[in-house]
Design a protein around this ligand. Structure first.
Ligand code: ADQ
Length: 447
């Protein structure tokens, strides 16, 4: 079997790399001697002009360095101040600086140059996410003819958002060099088809094949999953199991997100406020635990969302708290996976309310963590890719504060047999379409 080479922005470092993506790809990486290439993690003054290999995993890991200028232009700049807001429908938050596009192209060209000497003729190359769109084209320029696939973890932008890019047609030129484009949801595939036909030259050839700018490629929907079996075990044996109940006498509602403006955290705070304003009987009966570690704080929009959420939580607590009850507890830290699993299991409601989201794994983790005999209720935004296959959740529009507040009330009062019926259907999907299914269905298609 041919070797699998993965390229992603971040390299899983540490002696025991056990993130979801790593677990998913480990089999494929091990069985045929895999290589994972990614950024070493911290910008350096004097970058190595080669890949630096790390030991300690069951597959090879090789890191590239970035300078502070690369990091600013490629990572904070083009990737997270242009592409991220654009793909999440927030073109208003874009910050386009003259040197961002050039820095993004330069870093991708550099990764290609460092990678080529390590490639073998029969390698399959799998590129992850929006940081690396130009990589296949850069590898092709250097003569690489191997199968190269791309998987986009975040939404594919619609035509209007694509048009807000500095050079919209360039995106399709970059994509045209891949053999397989993988998306999270059907809406992404249709956005790709629509935007490509308006901004580029695409011809559908049937059976998920397209001619894009003269090159033939495939595109398909491969919804990512979680490592369900191990998450279920972790939730069953979690140290958080009893801790939370003793902390509060109230039923718990939980939100777990990176502190990102795409996740709709202020919307859910406002809906919780509305719930409490109109349902006095729920005072002291329900408490909201929001866990949201800050990310990308070098980008201004992320500092703004932190201020906005802290301010809102403070205001709501000031309005409703009693001596015995704090309505919102807001934790800005990452939690060990096992603790998180136990907290999900204790929470009567899981709140996943993004304004835009590629998939959202928290929705799947919440379902996997439940006690099947007394499960909680998932409230899920229709804008999460996860909503396409999780119809038995309470599907809501996160912009509609009333609808979200009503869903919270419905979830709190939902009878046990309805909770079990909805949960069992959701759990079946999360078990069937787990992360191994995702990677093997993608890699089988890449061939
Ligand atoms: P993210 O935007 O990071 O991922 P998500 O899918 O929800 O979003 O994954 C977040 C992960 O981080 C989950 O596994 C969650 O448990 C973990 N996490 C969040 N807060 C945490 C905390 N406080 N402590 C510990 N762990 C925490 C991107 C896309 C998504 C897509 C994924 C995978 O934006 O749409 O689902 O990639 O493709």
């Amino acid at each position: 079997m041919s070797r699998l080479v993965i390229v992603s922005n971040r390299l899983p470092l540490g002696d025991n790399p056990s993130g979801g993506l790593v677990v998913a790809l480990e089999d494929a990486l091990q069985s045929s001697g895999g290589l994972w290439v990614g950024f070493s993690g911290e910008p350096v003054d004097d970058p190595a002009d080669r890949l630096v290999f790390h030991s300690g995993a069951s597959f090879e890991r090789a890191a590239f360095d970035l300078t502070a200028r690369d990091y600013e232009q490629y990572y904070l700049g083009y990737s997270n101040s242009i592409l991220w807001p654009l793909c999440h429908g927030r073109s208003d938050l874009m910050r386009i600086e003259r040197d961002f596009p050039e820095g993004y192209r330069r870093v991708n060209a550099q990764i290609a140059r460092l990678l080529v000497p390590h490639l073998r003729a029969d390698d399959r190359i799998w590129v992850q996410d929006y940081h690396l769109f130009p990589l296949a084209g850069e590898l092709r320029k250097l003569g690489v003819e191997n199968p190269i696939g791309h998987f986009l973890h975040i939404p594919f932008p619609d035509f209007a958002s694509c048009s807000a890019m500095p050079n919209p047609d360039e995106l399709f030129e970059w994509l045209s060099h891949y053999d397989l484009l993988g998306f999270q949801a059907h809406r992404d595939l249709s956005n790709f088809e629509d935007a490509a036909s308006d901004l580029s030259e695409i011809e559908p050839l049937g059976d998920n094949h397209y001619r894009l700018l003269g090159r033939v490629l495939r595109a398909g929907v491969f919804p990512i999953g979680i490592d369900t079996a191990s998450f279920i075990e972790e939730a069953r044996h979690s140290p958080a199991e009893d801790r939370m109940r003793s902390l509060t006498g109230a039923e718990m509602m939980i939100g777990v997100d990176r502190l990102d403006y795409s996740k709709g955290i202020p919307n859910r705070f406002r809906a919780f406020q509305t719930l409490l304003e109109y349902n006095h009987d729920l005072h002291e009966k329900i408490a909201f635990l929001q866990i949201a570690p800050p990310t990308r704080e070098a980008v201004e929009a992320y500092r703004d969302i932190r201020e906005e959420t802290e301010h809102l939580a403070g205001r709501i607590n000031g309005q409703f708290a009693t001596v015995n009850w704090t309505p919102i507890r807001f934790i800005h830290r990452a939690m060990p996976r096992a603790v998180l699993a136990g907290l999900y299991r204790q929470a009567r409601i899981g709140l996943v309310t993004p304004l835009a989201d590629g998939m959202n794994l928290v929705a799947k983790e919440y379902v996997a963590a439940q006690d099947v005999s007394d499960p909680g209720v998932l409230i899920l935004s229709r804008f999460a890719g996860a909503a396409e296959a999780m119809e038995e959740a309470l599907i809501i529009n996160p912009h509609d504060t009333w609808e979200l507040a009503e869903a919270m009330a419905q979830a709190i009062r939902m009878p046990a047999d309805e909770r079990r019926r909805r949960h069992s259907a959701l759990l079946q999907g999360v078990i069937e379409n787990d992360v191994s299914w995702w990677s093997s269905s993608y890699l089988d298609t890449l061939g």
